[in-house]
Design a protein around this ligand. Structure first.
Ligand code: PHE
Length: 362
């Protein structure tokens, strides 16, 4: 290194011009990539300022110091401008993004969609309300029942067809005592459960009767049968009724049930008939039918309830004395009542979840 140069390699003007050119290029960069490429052109590995600083090695120490200071000052101005240019570009890009995602706060809201009560639940509540108003208690019980509760206690002979696989869903596992379990095919087991509970309350510590108090209850709930057509669904709802006392007769059944129907349908002009029938747990037994007055089924009769005077063997299974306790029971289809009230001709519509159908009841 013998021939060191004394004179400065650059002039102030040239440096100013260089910085001005750099600033112009940075200002013109439309995006981050272009901006960073421009940065590399000036201060990158082979950049203008980098090369100039490398060239300092050829100067003598004195010139190197002053020249180095001038180049570095110019480079600092460049870097300060670069910082500004980066910030400016970031802000511009944020503005573009924000205006693209702008929310028009003056638009009307989408509105809350109100929920509604299902027509079957509406009917269930209505039935409860009416029976409560005439002094009935409301009870609830298990949907998975023992064979004894669903059938035996209700006086069903071992070989009665009601037990068969044709209409009863059996559960694969038995209860802890090894008894077969089923999805209750009717709400009638609730007669037994409620009456047995009540019977216990009617006896004193010695087991003697405290005297007769009426059992007056309804038990609405889900029931299950292997059945599916316009008037049957594998899961459906029934409401059981039981009124047991000293002298509750079939005439009381007719009176109470007719009063219920008149309240339920809000009219006394109803076509109702009690048709002789058979149930193992009632004697005598009747089917209660009602006629559609309007709609596509006008003139057709629909069975809405089984009913009858509670059979003496069943009263015994309640833990009560059939000589002292007498009364009626009924088991009505809640969907059937809803069909008649709303003029629906196919019960399966209730379970299709079609909002066009369901919204009509709100
Ligand atoms: N449990 C009967 C059924 O589901 C109806 C019924 C209830 C009949 C009470 C008489 C008394 O068909």
């Amino acid at each position: 290194m013998s021939d060191l140069i004394e004179s400065p390699a650059t002039t102030d003007d040239a440096l100013d011009a260089l910085v001005a050119e750099a600033e112009a290029r940075l200002s013109a960069a439309p995006d981050v990539t272009t901006l960073e490429n421009e940065k590399a052109r000036f201060v990158g590995k082979g950049g203008v300022f980098t090369e100039m600083l490398k060239g300092l090695g050829r100067l003598d120490p004195e010139a190197r110091r002053t020249e180095g200071a001038r180049i570095n000052a110019a480079k600092s101005r460049f870097e300060a401008f670069l910082k500004l240019a980066r910030e400016l570009l970031a802000r511009q890009q944020l503005d573009v993004k924000l205006s693209a995602e702008a929310i028009d706060v003056t638009l009307p809201g989408r509105g809350l969609v109100g929920g509604g009560i299902h027509p079957v639940m509406r009917t269930w509540r209505r039935v409860e309300e009416i029976f409560r108003s005439i002094g009935f208690d409301v009870a609830d019980g298990p949907e998975i029942e023992t064979d004894w509760m669903s059938f035996t206690a209700l006086n069903n002979p071992e070989n009665h067809p009601a037990r068969s696989m044709q209409d009863t869903f059996y559960v694969d596992i038995d209860d802890p005592e090894g008894r077969p379990l089923n999805l209750r095919p009717h709400t009638s087991p609730m007669q037994v459960r409620y009456a047995r509970m009540h019977a216990e309350r009617m006896r004193d510590e010695t087991g003697a009767s405290r005297g007769i108090t009426d059992i007056k209850v309804i038990a609405p709930g889900r029931t299950y049968r292997i059945d599916s057509d316009a008037t049957h669904s594998p899961m459906f709802h029934q409401v059981e009724g039981l009124w047991l006392g000293e002298d509750i007769s079939f005439a009381d059944l007719k009176g109470v049930y007719t009063a219920f129907l008149e309240a339920f349908f809000e009219t006394a002009a109803l076509s109702v008939r009690f048709r002789p029938s058979y149930f193992p747990f009632t004697e005598p037994s009747a089917e209660i039918d009602m006629r559609f007055e309007t709609g596509p089924l006008a003139g057709r009769w629909l069975e809405i309830s089984g009913s009858g005077q509670v059979h003496p063997s069943v009263v015994t299974n309640f833990g009560l004395d059939p000589e002292k306790h007498i009364g009626f029971a009924f088991g009505s289809g809640i969907e059937r009542l809803a069909m008649l009230r709303y003029g629906v001709d196919d019960l399966r519509l209730f379970y299709e979840g079609d909002l066009r159908f369901l919204e009509q009841f709100q």
